[in-house]
Design a protein around this ligand. Structure first.
Ligand code: NIG
Ligand code: FE
Length: 414
């Protein structure tokens, strides 16, 4: 088995002696680190770590000197729509001119625009475009990605998206989870009778996606102007019957009841949450559902920030993800998410690191394998450029501070 040794690490971040599934409340303000550290990898697993003084021997197949640099577990990006066709920069200009996200959606733009393009694009081309994006995300330090369907709108096109995700999973070293988001928008022909579209999702999409083993999770855009709580209940119920746990879009546009329905169905996560008050926070207390905030979408659409401080003060964990998609967040750069978290949400660097590694790992069902530096976990980590302290990570926004990326112990970037 190949032994890889990283030496002289200025600071090794997010280490765990006793691995946790997620980090809650006040604990989010803390990460364990080792200064002047080493990290030993055997095959695709983390075998040992500690301070350089405790390192017994330098025997390894490959030794990498990380003097002056930080080492972190790779980011887990638990919410993306990064399989899509084309881009939507013209709608973005309409937004600058004053149209809202809802107004663009009402006139058939937004998600329906992406759906039309996706239906006309071959599986091969979707795969090629998405793999380029994935490569870029990896270069910014991401090691695990959840990817949603949802630009299909028909059974066939949704299955096509999910097959693209399956092929990405088979050909990329990254850990990838697939989510069926059949109910992302309401197709024009179903306007005014959206229960009929929900029928299609529960009778065809969910059974076929689950039957072909193409989805790990089921998602619904539960919000004002999109799917109601009742629609959502129907879909989550059928999803559960087929073994698909929920991860839902909720409360991006209004206090829609989406958070409560997520908790009732024991969703793994509920995401967006710009419109969250005390009732929603109370519903999340003690639940297994991870509140997940998407700072890129809030930034890009000029939305209010989700109340992450209130959530953490109430003892909840919080996860952060990119929401990478052509309409509300055309970037999968998780380093930018760290900076948005500190500037716009006033999250401390430690809170933002917990939210983008362990908690986002939990929110996509991989925190037992990823999200921290712990013996036995998969060796997905990155080495930064030289930097004075780890606080520099959210501070120096805009530049790529990741120099070398290892996935499963293999160097994939740098
Ligand atoms: O998470 N909110 C719903 N869905 C996406 C937006 C997708 C799009 O506009 O294409 C989101 O922001
Ligand atoms: Fe989303």
């Amino acid at each position: 088995m190949k032994r890889l040794l990283i030496t002289n690490i200025k600071e090794l971040l997010q280490v765990e002696r006793t691995p946790r599934a997620r980090v809650l409340g006040a604990d989010m303000a803390h990460i364990d680190t080792v200064k002047n550290a080493y990290l030993l990898v055997e095959g695709d697993r983390i075998a040992a770590f500690g301070s350089m003084e405790q390192l017994a021997s330098l025997q390894a197949d490959e030794v990498v000197d990380a003097s002056g640099r930080m080492v972190l577990p790779t980011f887990c990006d638990s919410h993306t729509h990064m399989v899509y066709a084309g881009s939507r920069e013209i709608e973005y200009i309409d937004k600058i001119r004053g149209l809202s996200y809802e107004q663009i959606a009402e006139r058939g733009g937004g998600i329906l625009n992406s759906a039309m393009r996706l239906q006309q694009t071959s599986e091969e081309q979707l795969y090629e475009e998405a793999m380029l994006r994935l490569q870029q995300m990896m270069a910014f330090g991401t090691g695990a990605v959840e990817i949603k369907s949802g630009y299909g709108m028909t059974v066939e096109a949704e299955l096509k998206m999910l097959r693209v995700i399956r092929r990405m999973r088979e050909t990329s070293p990254l850990t990838i989870k697939a989510t069926l988001l059949g109910a992302h928008g309401i197709p024009m022909e179903y306007r005014g009778r959206q229960e009929a579209f929900v029928d299609l999702v529960v009778n065809d999409m969910i059974p076929r996606a689950a039957g072909e083993g193409l989805a790990d999770y089921v998602d619904v855009f539960c919000d004002r102007g999109f799917f109601t709580v009742e629609d959502t209940e129907r879909m989550l119920e059928v999803g559960a019957k087929y073994g698909l746990r929920a991860k839902i879009h909720a409360n991006e546009i209004a206090r829609s009841g989406g958070i409560q329905v997520a908790v009732r169905y024991n969703a793994l996560s509920c995401d967006h949450l710009e419109y969250t008050g005390p009732d929603e926070i109370a519903a999340l207390k003690g639940a297994e559902t991870m509140p997940t905030v998407l700072p890129g979408a809030a930034f890009f659409l000029g939305m209010p920030c989700a109340p992450v401080r209130d959530m953490m003060d109430a003892g909840l964990g919080v996860a952060l993800a990119s929401d990478y998609n052509p309409g509300s967040s055309p970037s999968g750069n998780m380093q930018l998410i760290l900076s948005f978290a500190s500037v716009n949400y006033r999250m401390l660097p430690e809170e933002a690191i917990n939210a983008t590694t362990l908690n986002s790992g939990y929110a996509m069902g991989v925190s037992h394998e990823l999200g921290s530096i712990a013996v036995g976990k998969r060796a997905n980590f990155f080495i930064t450029i030289p930097m004075p302290s780890y606080e520099y990570l959210p501070y120096a926004y805009g530049e790529n501070k990741v120099q070398t990326v290892f996935i499963g112990g293999q160097r994939v970037v740098g």
